[in-house]
Write a protein that binds this ligand. Structure first.
Ligand code: F6R
Length: 244
């Protein structure tokens, strides 16, 4: 696990977007998996801008959505679906053959999990993952207590997740379940970037980097990843023992 500390959110997002652009240039058939949420907003905007400006061929990239709120229609502005459609798929003119997102409205959610797991296997694994971190240490909807070997699964959301999650929904109504790619897939991904900014993430970043590795704190799995990077800004790094 390597720590890379940027001055601020803009610099952090520049760094993350540059990493993705370079990965696509190096491997035009990149299997890219990303989280939504507030952290990667600017990364997505910069990614679109840089791919266009640098004339990068991204037509063979395959995209996997990390997770989704169960029961939310894709048109709901709080959904991960909506996030990726408006921030990436439409601006990059990707068609559905280039991505797979969980259908969180499906009657058979186990089948959605199977579809994702099978797809990851068929594609030969995830090349690059960009994930965020929740205030309870979750990655995707891998809530505290999730097995480090888990595959795609449906999760009952932790009270912290549903409480913090209100920020995504105008009516404050937050689903109580999520569907997520599992931590086993993260461990097997060729490269993982965990991104966090602001003082509110300083405590969880300290636990991720310096705390005990345990399933009750999912992000601590990053300590185990051979090619894992913690991308943070100065504020998120503020409680770490070492200066980066
Ligand atoms: C969202 C996701 C979540 C978020 C995490 C941090 O797709 O996977 O795990 O990454 O909750 O959210 P923000 O970035 O809003 O602080």
């Amino acid at each position: 696990m390597k720590i890379i500390c940027s001055e601020n959110y803009v610099e952090l997002s520049q760094f993350a977007s540059d990493e993705i652009v370079s990965a696509i240039i190096e491997n035009p058939s990149l299997i890219l998996c990303m989280a939504s949420g507030h952290t990667p907003v600017l990364t997505c905007e910069l990614l679109v801008k840089k791919l266009r400006e640098r004339n990068v061929d991204y037509s063979s990239v395959y995209f996997l959505g990390l997770d989704e709120w169960v029961g939310l229609p894709p048109a709901n502005e709080g959904s991960c679906h909506y996030f990726f459609r408006t921030k990436l798929f439409e601006p990059l003119q990707w068609n559905p053959s280039q991505y797979f997102l969980f259908d969180a409205m499906a009657d058979d959610l186990q089948n959605e999990c199977k579809k994702m797991d099978d797809l990851i296997a068929v594609k030969g694994g995830i090349d690059l993952m960009l994930v965020g971190i929740g205030i309870n240490g979750h990655i995707g909807f891998n809530e505290p207590g999730t097995s480090f070997n888990s595959l795609s699964h449906v999760a009952i959301l932790d009270s912290t997740t549903t409480s913090v999650g209100k920020k995504y929904f105008d009516d404050g109504r937050v689903p109580d379940k999520g569907i997520s790619i599992g931590l086993g897939h993260l461990l097997n991904a060729k490269r993982v970037l965990l991104m966090a900014n602001a003082e509110k993430k300083a405590g969880v970043i300290k636990k991720t980097v310096e705390g005990e590795m345990k399933e009750s704190f999912p992000a601590s799995i990053m300590q185990m990843h051979k090619n894992g990077f913690i991308l943070i800004d100065k504020e998120a790094a503020s409680l770490l023992n070492k200066t980066y």
